[in-house]
Design a protein around this ligand. Structure first.
Ligand code: HEC
Ligand code: HEC
Length: 288
């Protein structure tokens, strides 16, 4: 439009575009400059983004973007970094002595966390999530140990198991006194009373019961009945029991024996995990 042809709206004094409908004129008010620039910049941004990152759907696929970036790759990268960090810890745990790991603050914390997780995955079905145990499955929180509660003992038990499949597994079986006809029913009743008297002062045992105990049981459970760890024979004088719930259960155990099985973990779990488990179990409260 040339200068002469410029039409000015009389009412507002603003130039018109020359378009007119039923006497209504269109004023020539351009978009503000800042708005136009923002619009242009967002368009450039948008196109650049579509070019660089995954955007358009295709028939069987999608446009992967110039940078080829995906969230999945990013997660993979982060995970491999974590794995690398863990690897360093695991290597150190594997090569260090249990005592040294236990006194190294950083490693100790790492081993505890790893041990806790591995315990939930592998041990909780038998020992309970809080390691509180069940009848036949020992509580690992107390200081009543059947086979020993030092770091080394616990590490050994976890590695090779009890009556497990490894050649070095902890092994010892209590005789079944009735089934194998080693004692008569009456003798079993009287030695059972003696066992009861060890933890319950209100029970008085006969001297026959005591003699039977010394002759048959003291070899494994000790003359004082406090148990011998080298034989995995539990302490019979305290309130913590593995199987015993009442007198009938004592008679039953003497008659038919028990042989609890704890799996061998050597070969099923790596050494760093087994060590972490030992440190975790040792920390539960009863560690020696
Ligand atoms: C299949 C069941 C089972 C699983 C799984 C199991 N245990 Fe055991 N565990 C037992 C039994 C049973 C005993 C007692 C064995 C006995 O009668 O002497 C035992 C004993 C132990 C002892 C010895 C306790 C003591 O007083 O000396 C420790 C330590 C132990 N388990 C740790 C673990 C850890 C750690 C795991 C996981 C890696 C685990 N157990 C998994 C059944 C299991
Ligand atoms: C050869 C060794 C051995 C001899 C001998 C032996 N025991 Fe045991 N006894 C054990 C072992 C090992 C256990 C644990 C079994 C298990 O962990 O499954 C045990 C467990 C027990 C328990 C259960 C303890 C608990 O905490 O629940 C009682 C009770 C018991 N024995 C009594 C006796 C009596 C009584 C005699 C003698 C008549 C006897 N034992 C002889 C090895 C022996």
């Amino acid at each position: 439009m040339s200068e002469e042809n410029k039409k000015i709206d009389e009412f507002s004094g603003v130039e018109t575009t020359g378009h007119e409908w039923d006497d209504i004129k269109e004023l020539n008010n351009p978009m503000p400059r800042w708005w136009v620039w923002t619009f242009i910049v967002t368009c450039i941004w948008g196109f650049a983004y579509m070019f660089l990152y995954p955007s358009w759907p295709l028939i069987n696929d999608y446009y992967k973007g110039y940078l080829g970036e995906t969230n999945r790759d990013r997660v993979h990268a982060e995970l491999s970094m974590v794995a690398q960090e863990r690897g360093q810890f695991s290597e150190r745990i594997k090569s260090m002595d249990l005592e040294d790991i236990d006194t190294d603050r950083e490693l100790h914390v790492y081993a505890l966390e790893g041990g806790r997780a591995a315990f939930g995955d592998n041990c909780a079905p038998c020992h309970g999530t809080g390691a509180q145990g069940f009848v036949g499955y020992p509580n690992l929180n107390d200081d009543d140990w059947i086979w020993g509660g030092s770091l080394e003992d616990i590490h050994y038990t976890i590695s090779y198991g009890i009556r497990g499949v490894h050649d070095d597994t902890r092994l010892n079986d209590m005789p079944a006194y009735l089934r194998d006809e080693l004692l008569t029913r009456d003798e079993i009743e009287s030695v059972a009373t003696y066992v009861q008297s060890l933890s319950d002062k209100s029970v008085t045992a006969s001297s026959e019961g005591q003699n039977l105990f010394m002759d048959n049981c003291a070899l494994c459970h000790g003359e004082d009945g406090k148990g011998l760890r080298e034989f995995g024979a539990p302490n019979l004088t305290d309130a913590i029991t593995l199987y015993v719930t009442d007198r009938d259960s004592i008679v039953d155990i003497i008659s038919y024996s028990r042989s609890g099985v704890m799996p061998t973990w050597n070969g099923r779990l790596d050494e760093a995990t087994i060590k972490s488990l030992a440190i975790y179990v040792h920390s539960l409260g009863g560690g020696e």
